[in-house]
Design a protein around this ligand. Structure first.
Ligand code: FMN
Length: 368
């Protein structure tokens, strides 16, 4: 298949399918001496599933993480770290129909064209949201590495369908409240409305999309390798590897196109001997290099493809127009589950770039 590894010094290889034996990750290039346990991984995996199952798929996997290699006496050894979780709740029979009747907006059609009869279509195979568990596990390691240099990466739900929080919440609010709500939105008033909107879309046999914002704080100025390994380019590439992500923007993003230079430019100022800026329309990246301002990136997540409304499709066996009603257990909105995935994706890219730039040393001393 190819294309399942990413990163230059901190490399991540994802493996596993939705209905195969397991989903797993191999992380190579993690410095020795980082404290890491199965419990650390488990905490993040448990956060992946919002407690309120009314807004997620009925497939609730327990996801017990097993670290197979690379950790000795609770510390990383510098060798590749491999972590797996078993798939226990798969119901492959739900997917027989999509073999010949590709679901609109899912990868059934394109994967079928590319891999033919070898394609593992069960539960979306390699294209299932389930595979993002691998990224979350890599993200646990990346986030612990980043914490050794005081970098924090935080994502939250900014919008579900047309319901969008106006002002960004403070970092403190995100830290404190995002896991209080099933939709992963720290604005409790909006969280309730978003949840209701998801439930009502589900009742109609439909789905919703939304926006996730991710903020990385304390990233020092000078991280990123222009031209082709620019920090924003690598973050955007990684985020587009998250299924259902259809747009990525930094800082003012698409709105910058409507501003004048005088409105968009982030004027510099000296603050405590450090160069900072009055505003952050650039989203913390200038010329592909971090500026020292928070990195602010947003992703647009499309509505879940699998809906129970009847949809037009083509029967690939007899090549005739037909319709499909998608069976199986699906998330009526991908956004809540994708929040920790986006956080992990950004953390993995930052860890790789910061190791490359020498901001994270190759030997640590048991720090978190
Ligand atoms: C965490 C997560 C969970 C997802 N759950 C579902 C789901 O239950 N049903 C579904 O049809 N798509 C789901 N998706 C989206 C599909 O995997 C995705 O739309 C599909 O692979 C096609 O890829 P694309 O949308 O990037 O083109 C999920 C995505 C993520 C990130």
């Amino acid at each position: 298949m190819g294309g399942n590894s990413i990163g230059k010094e901190f490399t991540v290889t994802s493996f596993g399918e939705s209905h195969g034996k397991c989903v797993g990750v191999v992380v190579d290039g993690c410095p020795a001496g980082l404290s890491l346990s199965e419990k650390d991984v488990q905490i993040e995996l448990d956060r992946r599933i919002p407690l309120d199952s009314k807004i997620v798929s009925g497939r609730i996997e327990k996801d017990a993480a097993t670290i197979l290699s690379g950790v000795f006496n609770g510390l990383t050894t510098g060798a590749p770290i491999s972590i797996v979780v078993e798939n226990k709740e798969a119901q492959p029979s739900d997917y027989e129909v999509v073999k010949d009747l590709p679901r609109p907006a899912h990868a059934d059609y394109t994967a079928g064209v590319k891999y033919g009869r070898f394609n593992d279509y069960r539960g979306g195979g390699r294209f299932s949201g389930r595979v993002t568990v691998a990224l979350i596990m890599a993200g646990v390691i990346a986030k612990r590495l980043l914490r050794t240099v005081n970098v924090d990466v935080l994502a939250y739900t900014k919008a579900v369908g047309k319901l969008k929080i106006g002002e960004s919440p403070s970092l403190e609010e995100i830290r404190k409240h995002k896991y209080d709500t099933a939709v992963r939105c720290p604005n409790l008033e909006y969280a309730e409305k978003m949840e209701k909107a998801i439930i009502s879309a589900k009742k109609e046999g439909d789905s919703l999309g939304g926006i996730i914002e991710c903020i990385a704080v304390n990233v020092p100025a000078g991280v990123g390798d222009p031209l082709f390994d620019s920090l924003d380019a690598d973050i955007a590439k990684m985020l587009f590897c998250v299924p259902a992500v259809k747009g990525v923007e930094f800082g003012a993003g698409f709105e910058a196109a409507e501003l004048k230079g005088s409105e968009n430019n982030d004027a510099f100022q000296l603050q405590g001997g450090r160069v900072t800026a009055f505003s952050n329309n650039a989203g913390g990246v200038l010329g592909g290099i971090s500026s020292g301002m928070p990195i602010v990136v947003r992703v647009a997540v499309k509505p879940t493809p699998s809906i129970s409304k009847e949809q037009k499709t083509v029967n690939l066996q007899d090549m005739k127009n037909t319709t499909v009603i998608v069976e199986g257990r699906h998330d009526p909105c991908v956004v809540p589950k994708a929040v920790p995935v986006v956080e992990a994706a950004v953390a993995v890219v930052l860890a790789d770039h910061m190791i490359r730039a020498g901001f994270i040393s190759k030997i640590l001393d048991g720090r978190k």
